[in-house]
Design a protein around this ligand. Structure first.
Ligand code: ZN
Length: 268
């Protein structure tokens, strides 16, 4: 049965405007009048969300794994992550897909574990990259509290049914002064504004779409300090590489890219 959201998970207000006209089954997007959080209402259930991580998802992830990981690597470099983490840091990734991030962090001397809902992706990552991948939901992995030096999740939070509960849970797992890195579509970006409901991120499996301001509120309300924010991504790689290069440079410089990344530090 679908879940109806009555109060905004970020600002707790209950006034929403109908936003886009796109519809999936009985759901459509609304926008919180107070904090501009965009979300589907009603929302699919956790079971329905879980069912998305099937064989088709696995094929898509394997096909694109190196492209996706190259983007993650750029972000890690932008924030100089490898140099700010302590030696032998304990690292958790949520939504690891085939595990290339875990492999990379292990190769750099860290101790990494990932959780991933797609069983085939877990098997593939363990077999091909020798990584520690748990095929379960985060809350079923029973990790120790105050344990991880660095928690990473990219393109995950927009798919979750309750982003606020999730961030509270992440806080518990992070060590005091530990770091968290989050990447998600940016609804305050140039292309979201320009394309409106034809923006490429308006798809049925995105339950929430955040902007920089409401993400800041979500993180600071939950005892994280914001260390850095970066945005990037513009037009798709099409005919003109030069045009894309100019657009990519511009949106990153001005902070209006299609995707936003936050580096946070847990306040102890
Ligand atoms: Zn709100």
């Amino acid at each position: 049965m679908a879940t109806i959201i009555k109060n905004c998970p970020i600002c707790n207000k209950s006034n929403f405007n109908k936003f886009y006209t796109k519809k999936w089954n009985s759901s459509s997007f609304v926008k919180c009048k107070k904090c501009s959080l965009i979300f589907q209402n009603p929302q699919e259930t956790i079971e329905e969300t879980t069912n998305r991580y099937n064989h088709n998802y696995f094929n898509y992830e394997v096909e694109n794994q190196y492209n996706f990981f190259n983007l993650v690597k750029k972000t890690l470099n932008d924030f100089n992550i490898l140099n700010i983490l302590p030696k032998n840091a304990k690292i958790l990734e949520i939504g690891s897909a085939t595990g290339l991030f875990l492999k990379y962090m292990n190769e750099n001397g860290f101790d990494s574990v990932g959780v991933e809902l797609c069983k085939e992706s877990c098997e593939y990552g363990r077999k091909n990259f020798g990584v520690n991948l748990l095929n379960c939901r985060l809350e079923d992995a029973y990790f120790n509290q105050n344990y991880f030096d660095f928690i990473h999740f990219s393109h995950l939070i927009e798919h979750l049914n309750n982003p606020t509960d999730f961030i509270k849970f992440i806080y518990k797992l992070t060590k005091p002064n530990g770091f968290v890195m989050i990447t998600t579509p940016n609804s305050s970006g140039l292309f979201s504004k320009y394309y409106e409901e034809n923006w490429r991120c308006i798809v049925d499996d995105h339950l929430f779409l955040f902007n920089k301001k409401n993400l800041k509120k979500l993180f600071t309300d939950n005892n994280f300090e914001i260390i850095g924010i970066k945005t990037w991504g513009s037009i798709p790689a099409g005919k003109s590489k030069l045009l894309k290069k100019i657009f990519d440079w511009f949106v990153k410089k001005v902070g209006v890219g299609d995707v936003v990344c936050f580096l946070l530090k847990r306040i102890s």
